[in-house]
Design a protein around this ligand. Structure first.
Ligand SMILES: O=P(O)(O)O[C@H]1O[C@H](CO)[C@@H](O)[C@H]1O
Ligand SMILES: O=c1cc[nH]c(=O)[nH]1
Length: 341
């Protein structure tokens, strides 16, 4: 079922410890698995694409503090159908409690234990078929979490899993508190791509997200009628300050006009908000066959400022909006599935 693409990389090794300028040629043949599996197969398993995994006796999911040798992953996670992920552990715990209440699954005796308590890298909570996992800040942090989460779902033999990033962002020309459901993730040069260096070669990955899921989420927001929601492009950057054209970082070498010109260009490219994980999130959804969406609230309008200076309780209230929307969506989906059974 898997299709491989072959690529040959040629380069020169520089011998750091050898005599000056001493290099030797290397040629590496890479096997890439076909990148876009999302709509290709009728099967809805979570795919890992790594022939080495089958040869491993145990798989240690180090940053989640879980392992196939020590945990019965199918028993613990086999029923998972939805994963909510966001930067902060606090938000993920709040999300778990909110979704438990929405689904009528609250346990007054339970404080929702952190399944990843053996590590402080990420936090993970579970209520019924919903898993909530924190991912930290930025592309490297979410990518590590997603590698291990995708393997976890694979080892647990999960099927039909939908994953939604519920995050915060800076808006462009939107009222703070607006939710943006990502249509397309763009990089800092307004290109729809995620670039990763693998074995010294840049690999460009597809960042398309499930448009049907985005539309379903927009419909849910209209039904809820509690806050403004739009579908638009999301710019994913590698930094919060200079990477997002802020003037208030420790370093800045451009003017207010340069910043405004850049943000207006972003707006012309359809960018509604800026955050720091959507590109690799979309790329890894594509690779794994997970149905994915990015739902971020805007905390401020970047055309009007850079600092997050509005009161703490207002910001916390905004952060809850994506989970209200996603909670409603999950409840509807579970109801529809129960009706079908
Ligand atoms: O609210 P979360 O999910 O952390 O996401 C956004 O907030 C962080 C920056 O404050 C970045 O990680 C950005 O993507
Ligand atoms: O401006 C913002 C706000 C939240 N998260 C970001 O990445 N940028």
């Amino acid at each position: 079922m898997l299709s491989y693409e072959r690529a040959t990389v040629e380069g020169r090794h520089r011998h750091l410890k050898g005599s000056k300028g001493n290099t030797s040629k290397f040629v590496v043949t890479l096997l890439f698995f076909s990148e876009n599996k999302q709509n290709e197969s009728s099967s809805s398993s979570v795919y890992v694409h790594n022939p080495h995994l089958a040869e491993m006796k145990d798989d240690v999911l180090y940053h989640l503090s879980l392992a196939t040798g020590t945990h019965d992953l199918p028993a613990m996670f086999g029923d998972v159908k939805f994963v909510c992920t966001g930067g902060s552990a606090w938000r993920m715990k709040k999300c778990t409690a909110y979704i438990a209440a929405e689904l009528g699954m609250e346990d007054p005796k339970s404080d929702y234990p952190n399944i990843c308590a053996g590590t402080d890298r990420y936090a993970m909570y579970k209520v019924g078929p919903v898993l909530c996992v924190s991912h930290g800040m930025g592309v490297p942090s979410i990518a590590i979490m997603l590698h291990e989460l995708i393997k976890l779902l694979h080892h647990a033999r999960c099927t039909d899993v939908t994953i939604i990033r519920i995050g915060t962002s800076g808006g462009i020309g939107l009222e703070p508190g607006t939710i943006v459901v990502t249509k397309q993730s763009l990089d800092g040069m307004f290109q729809p791509r995620f670039e990763q260096v693998i074995l010294g070669k840049t690999v460009v990955r597809n960042v398309d997200l499930d448009q049907g899921l985005a539309e379903e989420l927009l419909k849910c927001s209209k039904e809820l009628n509690q806050f403004e929601t739009v579908i638009g492009n999301t710019m994913c950057t590698l930094d919060f300050y200079e990477g997002q054209a802020r003037l208030d970082g420790a370093f800045c070498s451009y003017t207010e006009k340069d910043k405004q010109d850049f943000l207006h260009k972003a707006k012309e490219a359809g960018v509604c908000n800026i955050e720091m994980e959507s590109s690799v999130f979309a790329a890894m959804c594509n690779l794994s066959g997970l149905r994915g969406a990015v739902v971020c609230v805007t905390l401020l309008d970047r055309l009007k400022g850079d600092q997050l200076s509005c009161p703490h309780d207002v910001l916390q209230g905004y952060q809850l909006r994506p989970q209200i929307l996603v909670g409603h969506y999950i409840k509807q989906q579970l109801k529809a599935t129960a009706l079908k059974v």
